[in-house]
Design a protein around this ligand. Sequence first.
Ligand code: SAM
Length: 221
Amino acid sequence: SDSHFPIPISPHHVDYFLHYPQFFPSSDQTDGSKKIQFADIGCGFGGLLISLATLFPETLMIGMELRDKVTEYVKERILALRTANPGQYQNVSVVRTNSMKYIPNYFEKGQLSKMFFLFPDPHFKEKNHRRRVISRFLLDEYAYVLQVGGIIYTITDVEELGEWMKTCLQDHPMFEALTSEELEVDPVVKLLSSATEEGQKVARNGGQTFQAVYRRIAPSL
Ligand code: SAM
């Protein structure tokens, strides 16, 4: 249950020193000038983060994962990569948490420039739809922590869930779809289906994927 992992009481209490020691060599240097900008929600084994870490070496990013053992695995994976590649992978970390409850504890208003929801659990039954990580209610929260212009990336191999995520985003007043030209030039879009462990599994099995990529827009007056 949630009582087994510590939760920062506010974004100011997130331990940047612990997560990114090379960027914050001492705990009193975490003055809030550099903040986490990418969040991979339900990061699983961390494949996307590992790819993004070298693509955006100056951007701090974090994975949020509910399963304890999986989180520990990702921690070890990052530590091993840091050791094997001095100076690299210092910008990536992971935290065990329930993202459906604690996003506002980690990120302040307008802090994030990218959020990822890759191959989230489908929760097929109607009564379990409220457990889906994309919903009308949670999109309000994501809109809050995303900066104007920030992007939500979603992908799934479950067609019905893909439709659901797209509809939630399409219906939300604070999000607009990226155009096909924008999707084409965004280097991150290519990683959605190829970088994560789940994406690779789907690709091996020749499965179809359904993506929805939306931008946080300013509220219309
Ligand atoms: N994104 C990864 C990938 O593409 O390989 C993992 C996909 S896996 C099907 C979904 C992940 O979301 C699981 O690792 C699960 O533990 C995690 N998850 C589910 N609910 C969560 C929640 N409320 N908070 C954080 N992680 C969650």
